[in-house]
Design a protein around this ligand. Structure first.
Ligand SMILES: [Mn+2]
Length: 319
């Protein structure tokens, strides 16, 4: 039984005179950034000194919010407490991992499978749609919510459910309805964060459709050094490109490789079977049952394809 009340009390009891830093994962998405901002805003309203860590190059992800007042790029204090959100592995804090290690009191709040790192207080619920949904359950009493918190929680839940089409439950929709009742301009948020497509993205998509390969499962390579892909952000590749391509109805298991020199970041997806996290796990990664990921620097794409094919054969998922 996960004790939200205990976590909430520990957060409320954090001293007001010590800064609290909040951070999500590298290559942030709306759930990661917005869960940080929503919880930070709640703690700020309790009189805490809060700062949300976000790399300068990632700040545009919350342009739509038109409020980056809680954002900082670095830790500038010797003594502080730290809350990691939407992070299932400590290394996914990226440059802020060392800051997490140096914190006095550490919190780990997350909804991924295989959450596996030590903190003083952990709230891990892999069944939930998003970390923002966890935050709603943690702080979602009417008197705690303001429009900024509601906008952020809605954006995170919407993004992680692929606009309420995946990992969905009655509970998730009920929360979304409550947020809309509190004044969230959902049409605008969906337009600005989910449905927006640039011409460049469409051109990249049209190129990639022709390059999808099949070898027991489908895969495609986005080589970031190729001119038609250089301007795509990571978020655009994994949230726009990958999501559009996996809609092709013939596709079930689908790997999207993002190649940057010898660094290969892979988004693993499955539409019908639930195997994405297991595939990623074979390469030291993780995530959700139908979408997960991993990064390797010592393998070629051909080797990854071969190893995945052998794995899928061994468990009788493909012939
Ligand atoms: Mn998430």
């Amino acid at each position: 039984m996960i004790n939200y009340k205990n976590i909430r009390e520990q957060l409320i009891n954090l001293p007001n005179n010590l800064p609290i830093y909040l951070a999500g994962h590298i290559k942030p998405d709306q759930d990661s950034v917005c869960s940080c901002i929503a919880l930070a805003e709640y703690l700020k309203n309790l009189g805490k000194n809060v700062k949300v860590l976000l790399n300068k190059k990632d700040e545009s992800i919350i342009d739509w919010l038109k409020d980056n007042s809680l954002i900082v790029n670095n830790v500038n204090d010797n003594k502080y407490n730290f809350i990691a959100l939407d992070v299932n592995e400590k290394s996914r804090l990226g440059e802020y991992e060392k800051d997490f290690d140096n914190a006095i009191i550490k919190f780990n709040i997350d909804h991924h499978q295989n959450n596996k790192y030590e903190a003083n207080y952990t709230l891990s619920e892999p069944g939930k749609s998003s970390t923002c949904e966890l935050i709603f359950k943690l702080i979602g009493k009417k008197e705690n919510l303001n429009l900024k918190i509601c906008n952020c929680l809605y954006a995170g839940m919407m993004a992680d459910t692929n606009c309420f089409t995946r990992r969905l439950s009655n509970r998730t929709l009920t929360i979304a309805q409550k947020l809309i009742n509190s004044g969230v301009n959902y049409v605008e948020i969906i337009k600005e964060t989910f449905s927006k497509r640039s011409m460049y993205e469409f051109k990249a998509l049209s190129k990639l459709i022709g390059e999808i390969k099949f070898d027991g499962f489908h895969y495609v390579v986005v080589d970031q050094q190729k001119q038609e892909f250089t301007k795509l952000s990571h978020n655009s590749i994994v949230k726009v490109i990958a999501e559009e391509l996996r809609k092709i109805e013939e596709i079930d298991i689908f790997l999207l490789f993002i190649k940057n020199g010898n660094i290969i970041t892979t988004k693993t997806m499955s539409n019908k079977c639930e195997i994405a996290d297991k595939i990623a796990f074979n390469f030291g990664g993780g995530g959700h049952k139908k979408e997960a990921g991993f990064t390797v620097t010592d393998m070629t794409i051909e080797q990854i394809v071969l190893k995945t094919k052998e794995y899928l054969k061994s468990i009788n998922k493909i012939k």
